[in-house]
Design a protein around this ligand. Structure first.
Ligand SMILES: C[S@@+](CC[C@H](N)C(=O)[O-])C[C@H]1O[C@@H](n2cnc3c(N)ncnc32)[C@H](O)[C@@H]1O
Length: 355
């Protein structure tokens, strides 16, 4: 159920993408050029032009898209990897090798005719390798996620908190794939995250078994109220840079999931809780005042935890969560908890009484 071998090629490849050329070449050699070619082809999907793409590594063309097109674009495999997953600063100047210049049947006229359309073919390949990096609101609309423009207006907040992670080889886990009881529907936000995090490995958890296709998407079936299962999931597939809770939104589930998964968030990472309106709704396990026992109550208690070194109230515990939170941001119905060591000293004792 937890497919730990799934990222055996992609995880090291995505890490090496922005490293020096020698290290990337070594990584490709170790993983096997054929496996890397397969990853590249899965990522770029269909090319909107009749063109054959050849990818060369260590002097030999290791694979190609099997079409009988006259237009053959041959690229270096490592350059293709860096173009696909890197940012502009990592983009190599792509050396496009033109097809062998044989006259063939029909002489010069036929040769020129066959070459017509070649620039468009090259452009189609390069566009597929360098997808436009749209903002998250645009991606939400494209993939049909309600995180912007329908029920919620979350993407502006996500953009702000996730910007520093966008080009990093992050691991993302989202609780709640969507589509509820229908196994065939859902996955809108997983597709959105896959496109937003260009080097991200995206995991979706849902209580209903779901299949969502995508080269960097993995789905897992499980219940977010099962702390033991979440701990196992975190140990096998984590640590995560980002965890998003968009699951049942039941107040007890939200708290169980947070305590089970927060230890599996990497330092510098973020744990996001969506749809906090249910904290104020008794029928969802909330309370009208959003007090203790509710999901927003749990998050509010972390504010005091952040200032642990100053707080003398024995109700504020100094447990794992409080010692590992470096920031919290609240927005309408959504909160971002930042993971980081909370070990700063408190103000000097004599100042406490001077005020
Ligand atoms: C709001 S939808 C998720 C939408 C999706 N994140 C998106 O933005 O496209 C909530 C999902 O949580 C799932 N869910 C409900 N209870 C759950 C539980 N206890 N554990 C895991 N998933 C659960 C539902 O099956 C449903 O598909």
């Amino acid at each position: 159920m937890l497919d730990t071998a799934r990222w055996s090629v992609l995880a090291p490849l995505l890490q090496a993408t922005t490293a020096g050329r020698d290290l990337l070449d070594d990584t490709i050699r170790r993983l096997g050029p054929d496996a890397v070619v397969a990853a590249v082809l899965a990522e770029i999907g269909e090319i909107e032009h009749d063109v054959r793409l050849d990818l060369a590594f260590a002097g030999s063309v290791t694979s190609c898209l099997a079409t009988a097109s006259d237009h053959v674009v041959c690229l270096d495999l490592a350059d293709a990897v860096r173009t696909l997953y890197g940012t502009e600063q990592h983009w190599p100047s792509l050396a496009v090798r033109t097809p062998a210049a044989e006259l063939g049947e029909g002489g010069m006229g036929a040769w020129f005719h066959r070459r017509k359309g070649y620039p468009e073919a090259v452009d189609a390949v390069l566009s597929a390798l360098r997808p436009h990096r749209e903002d998250l609101g645009t991606l939400a609309v494209r993939f049909g996620s309600d995180k912007w423009g329908d029920l919620h207006w979350y993407t502006q907040h996500y953009e702000r908190h996730f910007a520093r992670l966008r080009t990093k080889p992050v691991k993302v886990l989202e609780i709640g794939i969507g589509g509820y009881d229908d196994p065939a529907s859902g996955g809108a936000s997983l597709r959105m995250w896959q496109r937003y995090f260009q080097r991200g490995l995206v995991h979706g958890l849902d209580v209903v078994a779901k299949t969502v296709a995508g080269p960097r998407i993995m789905t897992v079936r499980g219940d977010q109220s099962d702390a033991g299962f979440l701990d196992l999931l975190g140990s096998r597939l984590g640590p995560f840079d980002v965890v998003i809770d968009d699951g049942s939104h039941r107040n007890d589930h939200v708290q169980t999931s947070f305590h089970a998964l927060f230890p599996h968030v990497r330092a510098g990472g973020l744990y996001v809780v969506e749809d906090l309106q249910t904290a104020y709704w008794p029928s969802w396990g909330g309370a009208a005042d959003g007090g203790p026992g509710t999901s927003i109550g749990m998050l509010k208690s972390f504010v005091d935890g952040l200032n642990l070194a100053e707080v003398e109230d024995p109700r504020v515990d100094g447990g794992y969560v409080q010692r590992n939170i470096s920031g919290i941001s609240f927005h309408h119905n959504i909160a971002f908890v930042e993971k980081g060591l909370n070990a700063e000293e408190g103000g000097p004792e004599f100042l406490r009484t001077l005020g």
